[in-house]
Design a protein around this ligand. Structure first.
Ligand code: XIL
Length: 329
């Protein structure tokens, strides 16, 4: 293996983006963090800084400081940015959800929000996760503030508004648990096909890939590779770009020595990446965080974990080398 080459150099040769979700504070304060990020990755997703509740926390207040900082960093280091995420019920601030607005007002609020935010970053982002998480595991609709109010009709509005505000940005629908062929991905597939047929400008599908090796599992199990490939392929056949948008591989609940557990994790990263690389329109793999030190998984699950490519002391893990290995072949 060419140890001198960074992950991003190897990725670039294959015309692939390797990204990490980034926390604005760490980027501002932790020099080791920012150095590693710029050295190894060519794509960034703001982990929280571009969510509705951060960008527009009150009705009369917009706050672009953190998001602009991240975008500026990316530009200085020639990295692409995935905007995340315009319409997500969990990212919507209380002033909107509890504001007792009429349907007409809410449509206006959502329109203005998308226009202002997408317009603010116009020309600077590679992609936007326009829509995030609207389908449940059993294929039924997620209880979502926006979906409950407007029904499916609003899906075409939001992509259209985003497209008008930044015609260059690739517009994505991002989901969790829709990695393999299952009830959920079938519903997502049918939905995307339907809205594409109606002329809605949607350009990509994001598969989050929050997975874990342990049992019982608080995230998704590792997808079966053949099923993952077929699923990615069917979306790719619709002409959509495919991104793995939020990958982490939790190891809590796994057995063996730490060396064995990290090896198993590395194998999973490699298997998934290798499978994705066989799909024509696969273009990016983004991990949900840079280092285990700031991963969201321990907080989310209430248990310690180490799901990323770089450990809490900023040392590269077997998973990092495993991805490089895939890129070198
Ligand atoms: C998570 C962040 O990592 C946390 O810091 C935050 O407290 C909650 O949101 N799916 C998504 C991401 O689309 O936006 C979520 O990020 C993780 C699940």
């Amino acid at each position: 293996m060419d140890v001198k080459k960074s992950l991003r150099e190897l990725a670039q040769k294959q015309d692939i983006f390797i990204g990490a979700a980034v926390d604005a504070r760490s980027l501002q304060k932790d020099q080791k963090y920012s150095l590693l990020l710029a050295q190894e990755f060519n794509m960034i997703t703001p982990e929280n800084a571009m969510k509705f509740r951060y960008l527009h926390p009150e009705r009369d207040q917009y706050n672009f400081y953190d998001a602009d900082g991240i975008v500026g960093f990316a530009q200085r280091h020639k990295m692409k940015v995935r905007g995340h995420t315009l319409v997500w019920h969990k990212g919507t601030p209380k002033w909107v959800t509890k504001g007792k607005f009429t349907k007409k007002d809410l449509k206006q609020i959502l329109h203005d929000y998308i226009k202002v935010v997408v317009g603010h970053f116009k020309g600077k982002l590679y992609a936007w996760d326009v829509l995030n998480e609207i389908i449940k595991g059993d294929g039924s609709e997620e209880e979502s503030f926006w979906l409950d109010i407007f029904g499916e009709e609003y899906l075409s509005w939001i992509f259209q508004w985003a497209h008008e505000a930044d015609p260059e940005a690739k517009l994505f629908y991002n989901e969790w648990g829709a990695e393999e062929i299952n009830k959920k991905s079938d519903v997502v597939y049918a939905l995307v096909k339907r809205i594409l047929n109606n002329g809605v400008p949607i350009h990509g599908i994001g598969l989050q890939m929050h997975i874990g090796l342990g049992e019982p599992n608080m995230v998704e199990a590792v997808p079966k590779l053949d099923s993952l490939r077929k699923n990615m392929q069917r979306f790719s056949d619709l002409g959509l770009e495919i991104h793995i948008t939020e990958m982490d591989v939790a190891i809590q609940g796994t057995k063996g020595t730490m060396v064995e557990r990290l090896q198993a994790q590395a194998q999973t990263y490699a298997d998934i990446f290798k499978t994705a690389m066989t799909v024509k329109n696969f273009k990016a793999l983004v991990t949900w965080g840079l280092t285990d030190k700031y991963s969201w998984i321990p907080e989310y699950s209430g248990k310690p974990d180490a799901p990323l490519l770089i450990d809490e002391n900023y040392t590269f893990k077997p998973a990092y080398y495993a991805l490089k290995n895939v890129l070198e072949k």
